[in-house]
Design a protein around this ligand. Sequence first.
Ligand SMILES: Cc1cc2nc3c(=O)[nH]c(=O)nc-3n(C[C@H](O)[C@H](O)[C@H](O)COP(=O)(O)OP(=O)(O)OC[C@H]3O[C@@H](n4cnc5c(N)ncnc54)[C@H](O)[C@@H]3O)c2cc1C
Length: 420
Amino acid sequence: MMADATPRRVLVIGAGIVGLALAFRLRREGAEVAVVDPEPPGKGGASFGNAGAISASSVAPLAMPGMLKQVPRMLLDPSAPLHVPAAYWLRAMPWLLRFVASARPAQVARAAAALDQLQHLATEQHIDLAREVGAPELIRMTGNLYLYRSREQMRKDDAAWDLRRAYGARVEVLDRNGIVELEPEAAPAYQVGVFLPDHAWCASPARYAHAVASAFLQGGGEIRRDRIKALVVTAGRVTGAQGDAQLHRADEVVVAAGAWSAKLVAPLGYRIPLETQRGYHVNLVDPGIAIRRPVVPADRKVFITPMETALRVAGTVEFGGLDRAPDEHRARLLYDDLAAVFPQARFTRKEPFWMGHRPCLPDSVPVIGPAQRIGGLWFAFGHGHLGLTGSAPTARMLAPAILGRPANQDLAPFAAERFA
Ligand SMILES: Cc1cc2nc3c(=O)[nH]c(=O)nc-3n(C[C@H](O)[C@H](O)[C@H](O)COP(=O)(O)OP(=O)(O)OC[C@H]3O[C@@H](n4cnc5c(N)ncnc54)[C@H](O)[C@@H]3O)c2cc1C
């Protein structure tokens, strides 16, 4: 039952997986909901082509002391997983400084607690969502396998694995025999594995987004094709959003526009350090290898996922903003990553590639909750490398708050105001 008898009109800006999962949940709970996006649902952003991992136990933020030690070496190597083009250095610097500051122990502990709060039921919540939208087969439960060349190499990630264990994750360390039992085709160079048996994955992030959108429409939701130019605020309260094509009136407005969100809220005085980390994928339709789960060579920082229609190699972190053209060279590096783990894989190096914009905040914690200075305005963005994982949980966390129900979660750790 709605707390208020009149259904609230909610406008969700952004039809990525975060906006769609939230819109679907709000509609289920009885609100009148419209989603607005210039692109078809799930096509315009990172939700289309990610690696599909539903990483409920990923509570270690990206800024960990071990990670920071690797950064200077990576920045000097143009083929490293992390790349900042020279022309973007000055733009990236303020964000990178905040990122480094986020690696302090107290900050890491705060981020881990928030990520656990958001994600610890992510697997179950995705199983539920996929079932509700009629696509249960998309969520697979065969775990994720990380690979290291040696125990020595694994040591730099020990703190992150310990953090996951501290929050209750099952983290199984495997020797070479254990790796071969799970993925017999993995190269012998990889001698140590970490198996996360409870991690799920999605066999087509694009079809998942599409299924959520279809179920939302069938349930009476509305999807409008328009690009929002500005939020409309009258006397301290949001009353809608102005698009290129029309004015969208609403009682509640949610900004869920992924990496584009900060631009929308900046004119209202919210200076949110949202930086896009561009990532790429290539899909191999006939790779000549068969794997059963996402495999992650930890030294190359890519995910190799057996999607329903192709093997996908996804990864790399490239700074460069929202407007710069994709760099084909970055995508082509993914072939070398694949060949390092599966030398027998077949590819031409000419398969079409895709680039997506991860919406990244320096502390790895998304912004979820009310805009405290503006009535009726809500935020749901900044999920970084874990936005597929965090989408269904964000919907569960935020929908009751938007509908004025008693809060079942403390949203304070996710507040935009932490960047004030
Ligand atoms: C290579 C790669 C691999 C990844 N792998 C994983 C993984 O394995 N697991 C995981 O959990 N996450 C992964 N991620 C991260 C994940 O994809 C993102 O965090 C997630 O998709 C973000 O979802 P979103 O809905 O917030 O944003 P998006 O999917 O980017 O959607 C934002 C939407 O907002 C729309 N929009 C923008 N501006 C406007 C406007 N002005 N008006 C209206 N609409 C607008 C866009 O068109 C777009 O449709 C990966 C990302 C990449 C790039």
